[in-house]
Design a protein around this ligand. Structure first.
Ligand code: GLY
Length: 364
């Protein structure tokens, strides 16, 4: 079983859990046994799409543990990522007599992971949960690091908690049958990971793009692992985003604004790809990256079907939408720039005019 441990020994925040990569769900019971959790009952939380694909396989993989396993199916889609749906999960867990020592499993993409994590963080003031991410985006980003929560009206992830899972179990085979738009959305977060901390990996993504797009197992395994290693290091250093963790938001200031204005009809990773292109252009204008580096960033977006432009939105609406983002601090935007590929930094000097200039370059 390939794995790494993500851990932190204080001050204040302590956690330690394994991120496991497998081909199949069969090793789930072994991975859970290694985590040595005290549960008697398990509730698998999934959505109406993933239920059909993997729920029975995951239940079968848990059977050797001889524990009671129930499941709760959320309606699929970001529009259901709200407190109403969380309340329904609480009601289900109460009805099934779930106690503090029992376990939730998030089986699905980022929405399921964030909602299950938030339920786990708040039900009985906190019960254990594990992540089984089934999309590229959730494997390379959202399942690792303990960000949980829901949207509030059009405000993305406005209500939530930092709450770490006790295990992340990834079956990378699921990536082979992922719909193409979901795959390219995940690539938005993959490219972001390389750009922010690991130039060598970013160049590897360029060199092995054919293998990645053909879903070659070795290429996918390497790609997912490298992203998780990058994320694990950042989260270990700054679990609650008091400092360096903000670099994981590369491409997200403008990306979230577009996502919101498009009413979540444009996939998250596509919005991040667009936001990254604009952030790269601003980095170039500030002479932090060369023209060749900017061209490479735009070219890799194209290679993986990520948009370098958006249509049917107004520049001013996008700028206004950035103001209600969580990345504001004291009236300033914590904008992430690229000070050379592999080295993202937090910048507090980006003005509305800077964003306007960048957006005008990338909108038609
Ligand atoms: N997705 C950004 C973070 O986990 O901090």
């Amino acid at each position: 079983m390939e794995s790494i441990t993500i851990s932190r020994k204080g001050p204040e925040i302590e956690f330690s859990y394994n991120i496991v990569w497998e081909h199949g769900f069969e090793q789930l019971a072994n991975a859970l046994a290694s985590a040595a959790l005290p549960f008697q009952k398990i509730c698998i939380v999934t959505d109406s799409n993933v239920e059909k694909l993997y729920l029975e396989q995951v239940k079968a993989a848990l059977a050797p543990m001889n524990k009671k396993v129930v499941s709760y199916v959320l309606p699929a889609g970001e529009e259901n990522k709200n407190l109403n749906e969380i309340q329904k999960i609480y009601g289900f867990l109460i009805g099934e007599h779930f106690e503090r020592k029992d376990l939730l499993i998030a089986l699905g993409g980022g929405v399921v992971g964030d909602m299950t994590g938030f339920t786990a963080a708040t039900y009985l003031r906190g019960i254990d949960f594990i992540q089984i991410p089934t999309t590229l985006l959730s494997q390379v980003d959202s399942s690792v690091g303990g960000k949980t929560g829901v949207d509030y009206d059009a405000y993305k992830n406005m209500v939530g908690a930092f709450y770490q899972p006790r295990l992340v179990y990834m079956n990378t085979d699921v990536l082979k049958t992922l719909p193409e738009d979901q795959f390219s959305s995940g690539m938005g977060e993959v490219l972001k990971s390389g750009l922010l901390r690991n130039r060598e990996f970013y160049e590897w993504l360029d060199a092995y793009s054919d293998d990645i797009l053909e879903k070659d197992s070795r290429a996918l395994d390497h790609m997912v692992r490298e992203c998780c290693k990058i994320k694990a290091k950042v989260v270990e250093e700054d679990p609650k985003e008091n400092g360096v963790r903000a670099i994981l938001n590369l491409g997200h200031t403008l990306g979230h604004a577009v996502e919101k204005l498009k009413n979540f009809t444009m996939l998250h990773g596509h919005c991040v790809g667009f936001g990254t292109a604009a952030a790269a252009w601003l980095s170039y204008r500030k002479e932090m990256i060369s023209k060749e580096e900017l061209d490479m960033i735009l070219r890799l977006n194209e290679t993986f079907s990520l948009p370098n432009s958006v249509q049917d939105l107004s520049v001013e609406d996008i700028i206004t939408a950035t103001k209600s983002d969580k990345k504001m601090e004291g009236g300033y935007i914590k904008f992430i720039l690229i000070n050379g590929i592999g080295n993202a930094i937090v910048d507090r000097s980006i003005t509305d005019q800077d964003m306007r200039d960048a957006l005008n370059m990338f909108m038609n």
